[in-house]
Design a protein around this ligand. Structure first.
Ligand code: AMP
Length: 407
């Protein structure tokens, strides 16, 4: 039988991240990598293979996403042959109200998504361009869109509806929520490591990376989430502001003549940890500097304080809390940040065990903690591959449950 491989693709404005998974007894990652700084003179092609000897990083000339796809597919064909890719799974930032599950990409669907471009003008058009680049090169290749918003289609109306004039809702302006592929993975993974009952309980997932959001989940379904109509909302992030006073836009327009594009650039690229610290958007840098630089210390403090507030707010929304899960770069790797977020949450039943926390253990709550506090490493690429293989029936009779170390 022909081997079946799924290529996952996550396209950004100037980068493509990719991974190839073999559909076998489990989904096994063959390699992952990225093409970064597309269109710039110092573009780079990086690959991390199953073994360290396969890793490389080399300069390349790629002027646009079309060229990047050609470069990637030439390399894949060279390495594992012409029919190496059975299907491509794309991470798509926005599926609007219509697309609640993975969807095979067709012309009609692309036309639909083009209508949604104003909702995510910096991401959606690039993602569609990538799908088009694959279609041009391999017209018969099946491509599947996996939406970052899908997981949140269960949001109750009270969490979806924004308190602005109703006519905007008719235009699709409401809370959608993002990081859905990560949350979908974390929900499955929680049930796998902690059992079905824990997976069905009242859970807050804190996906804390460069992009950061929280989700309140019950019965495995999203009840609320901190990102909103765009991924700029919620907690402060590496360069995004998170929630602000809506009056700020008007103040800056009046006082500084800031236009909508300038405001958008400020809240997405010059705010959050970078804006507050004036030095770095990277949590590791700030933790290193915080003793000597009050701006770094305040940036970390505001981040932890805001995440703590969202945990309190979502505990109220869920009517109590059974499990808190930390994930993504900061959530998985920073004992200091987790400790600061959880300090003072004893009233909710959250008690951290210092040693387990320092060791980045799978369970970091103390024995007497009423709430289980866990760290789960997220894996959005695996989730895309798994959704594609389910959608296309590639995994029929094959185990696609996540296996630690398999990817
Ligand atoms: P991600 O977007 O999930 O890759 O997360 C990136 C963020 O995780 C950056 O702010 C990093 O500084 C942060 N991060 C990664 N490792 C650590 C660490 N050991 N301690 C603190 N922050 C970390």
């Amino acid at each position: 039988m022909e081997p079946k491989n799924i290529l996952t693709v996550n396209g950004g404005s100037s980068s493509i991240k990719f991974a190839l998974f073999a559909v076998g007894e489990a989904l096994q990652r063959i390699f992952k990598g990225s093409i970064e700084r597309i269109g710039l003179p110092d573009a780079v092609f990086k690959v991390k293979g199953a073994e360290a000897a396969e890793d490389f990083s080399r300069p390349v000339v790629v002027s646009d996403h079309m060229m990047a796809v050609d470069l990637l597919m030439d390399w894949i064909e060279d390495r594992i042959g012409r029919s190496a890719v059975t299907a491509v799974g794309h991470r798509v930032v926005h599926g609007g109200a219509k697309y609640c599950e993975p969807q095979i990409i067709t012309e009609a669907m692309v036309a639909d998504l083009k209508q949604l471009a104003p909702f995510a003008p910096e991401h959606l058009p690039q993602e569609l361009l990538l799908a088009e680049a694959f279609r041009k090169r391999f017209p018969d290749l099946t491509q599947v869109a996996c939406f970052d918003t899908s997981f949140h289609h269960t949001l109750p109306r009270v969490a979806q509806l924004l308190p602005i004039p109703r006519k905007y809702e008719a235009q699709g302006v409401r809370r959608y929520g993002f990081h859905g592929l990560s949350y979908a993975f974390l929900v499955r993974e929680l049930a796998r490591v902690a059992g079905t009952e824990a997976g069905m309980g009242r859970v807050i997932f804190a996906h804390l990376g460069n992009g950061a959001s929280l989700a309140a989940v019950h019965y495995g379904q999203s009840f609320d989430t901190s990102m909103c109509f765009t991924p700029t909302a919620g907690v402060p992030m590496s360069t995004r502001s998170g929630d602000l006073d809506p009056g700020l836009a008007c103040y800056l327009a009046r006082e500084e003549g800031m236009d909508p594009a300038g405001f958008n650039e400020m809240v997405n690229s010059r705010s959050g940890l970078l804006g507050m610290s004036e030095t770095s958007s990277d949590m590791r840098d700030l933790l290193e500097r915080e003793k000597n630089d009050v701006r770094a210390a305040e940036a970390v403090a505001v981040f932890c304080y805001q995440v703590k507030k969202w945990i309190g707010s979502f505990s109220a929304a869920l009517g109590g809390l059974d499990t808190l899960v930390f994930s993504a770069g900061i959530g998985e790797n920073s004992p200091q940040v987790r400790q600061r977020i959880c300090t003072g949450l004893g009233f909710l039943g959250i008690e951290i065990d210092e040693e387990r926390n320092l060791a980045n253990a799978a369970v970091i709550s103390a024995e007497n903690s009423r709430v289980f506090v866990r760290i789960i490493r997220t894996n959005e690429e695996w989730m895309i591959a798994s959704l594609v293989s389910e959608k296309l029936g590639l995994a029929l009779g094959v185990e696609t449950t996540y296996k630690e170390g398999a990817t």
